[in-house]
Design a protein around this ligand. Structure first.
Ligand SMILES: [Zn+2]
Ligand SMILES: [Zn+2]
Length: 149
């Protein structure tokens, strides 16, 4: 039996809304410079695990921010909606777009080495540098690619 549950969210203007199944309630914070420019602050993401449904998908703009990541936003109001591995359905939804944030918990901070000095979260979190986060991410994705050098 799955322990996943469903969350819902929408952009500021309501042109785009979504529901998604999630496996946990942990928020990952990304302090990298790309997320900072895209959201106006750190990205607070909730990883999905299961079905995703969008309403108003025709209003979603997608920006490929790197060779492997892309970002979805509302083309009407500009709200940040998700980060996604390009060409996949591996989403990390922007926690601030969710309708009910009450059960969420901030658990992990990544790219801690790119965090500006002008803010810091007081939450007890697992903190990873960009290098550590990428290594962890790649280890989780690549099971048959064992290149080393
Ligand atoms: Zn909108
Ligand atoms: Zn980032």
């Amino acid at each position: 039996m799955s322990v996943s549950s469903e969350i819902s969210g929408r952009c500021l203007c309501g042109a785009v809304s979504f529901t998604a199944e999630i496996a946990g309630r942990g928020i990952d914070v990304c302090h990298c410079s790309m997320c900072r420019r895209w959201t106006g602050g750190p990205l607070l993401g909730l990883a999905h695990d299961g079905a995703v449904r969008f309403q108003g998908a025709e209003h979603i703009g997608v920006y490929a921010s790197s060779d492997w990541g892309e970002r979805g936003f509302c083309r009407v109001c500009g709200s940040s909606l998700y980060w996604r591995v390009r060409g996949t359905d591996e989403y990390s939804f922007c926690a601030r777009a969710l309708d009910d944030p009450s059960a969420l918990a901030l658990t992990t901070e990544i790219f801690i080495d790119e965090k500006p000095g002008y803010y810091a979260f007081a939450n007890e979190t697992r903190k990873l540098t960009g290098e550590e986060a990428m290594a962890s991410f790649m280890a989780g994705r690549q099971t048959d690619d064992t290149r080393d050098e």
